[in-house]
Design a protein around this ligand. Structure first.
Ligand code: FAD
Length: 272
């Protein structure tokens, strides 16, 4: 199928972009890497009257270290962040998850913010944002607001972004500790059936994040001195999982039970 006809605009500044969103609201769709949006257009899942291409807005193309947080602009592609020289030192969890986001070719176009905006519950980047306790920066003609990941991520393909808002960046805090990530997918580069990410902090135990078990990433805190396996067993029952064409809820719980402890232990080992 082919998309319905639409207008294409390519603003040069954030001000120009938010002015168009203020005027067109739900009729407009932001186009970032297009790796999800173009398929949705072709299938006519969405039928916007105007596509707002944000990839050439210079302010959105930056990766900046601001007050202990790494701010990734909305035009930064997944491969650009993966190639950022300080990634391993500042954001090792992103270094672990990014190679699992699609394929080299899709990462060349797909943006970090686009994945977070799309809010697929099996996606790796929203999971990393949730585990690290990151933030999403939104701009509209009314001004800016910054939402914590837990407030921004509301459910299946649903976020707190209003129709007139542009995500200008996401902020990942630089947190000391060990990290680990594993996922089970049908093939490398597919969305995760279940993905687990962990951040082990010496004082606060382990933050364990799970994708593919609920409508949005779930994050649980596990005390370092407690029984990790028992905590993950409880979490698997709490989250329940769900049935779809890829796996049953029971299989998802089993995957979490198997991968969860491995990831938690790996992160704790890395923390030293
Ligand atoms: C073959 C293939 C395999 C893939 N595998 C995976 C995978 O394993 N894991 C995974 O997570 N993803 C996967 N993806 C999706 C990929 O990661 C996309 O890059 C990502 O989901 C969307 O990013 P994008 O920049 O392409 O956004 P687009 O497709 O341009 O936009 C996606 C949605 O977000 C909105 N949006 C984008 N940017 C903004 C913004 N700044 N402000 C407001 N709204 C915005 C758009 O309007 C649209 O609704 C895969 C894609 C393909 C084609």
């Amino acid at each position: 199928m082919k998309p319905r006809p639409f207008d294409y605009v390519r603003p040069d500044s954030i001000d120009e972009a938010v002015a168009i969103l203020a005027e067109r609201g739900d009729d407009a769709r932001v186009l970032a890497g297009g790796q999800t949006l173009l398929a949705m257009l072709n299938l006519r899942v969405v039928e916007p009257a105007v596509l707002l291409d944000i990839t050439r807005i210079p302010e959105l193309g930056e990766i900046r270290d601001v007050d202990g947080k790494i701010e990734v602009g909305a035009a930064v592609t997944q491969n650009r962040l993966l190639a950022w020289p300080a990634l391993g030192q500042k954001l090792p969890l992103l270094g672990a998850v990014l190679p699992f986001v699609g394929h080299f070719q899709t990462r060349n176009k797909g943006t970090v913010c686009g994945s977070i905006a799309h809010a697929d519950p099996s996606s790796e980047l929203p999971l990393a944002l949730a585990v690290l306790g990151g933030e999403v920066v939104l701009a509209s003609r009314k001004g800016m607001r910054v939402l914590p990941a837990a407030e921004f991520q509301q459910g299946l393909l649903t976020t707190a972004r209003a129709a007139d808002e542009l995500i200008t960046s996401v902020r990942f805090p630089v947190v000391a500790g060990g990290v680990a990530f594993r996922e089970v997918a049908r093939r490398h580069g597919d969305f995760a059936i279940v993905g687990v990410a962990a951040l082990a902090e010496s004082k606060n135990g382990i933050r364990l994040g799970v994708a593919g078990m609920a409508e949005r990433p779930a994050v649980a805190r596990i005390r370092g001195n407690g029984d990790v396996r028992q905590s993950i067993e409880r979490l698997a029952w709490e989250l329940e999982g769900y049935d779809d064409i890829h796996a049953s809820a029971r299989m998802r719980r089993d995957l979490l039970r198997r991968i969860g402890p491995v990831v938690a232990e790996e992160a704790a080992r890395c923390a030293g």
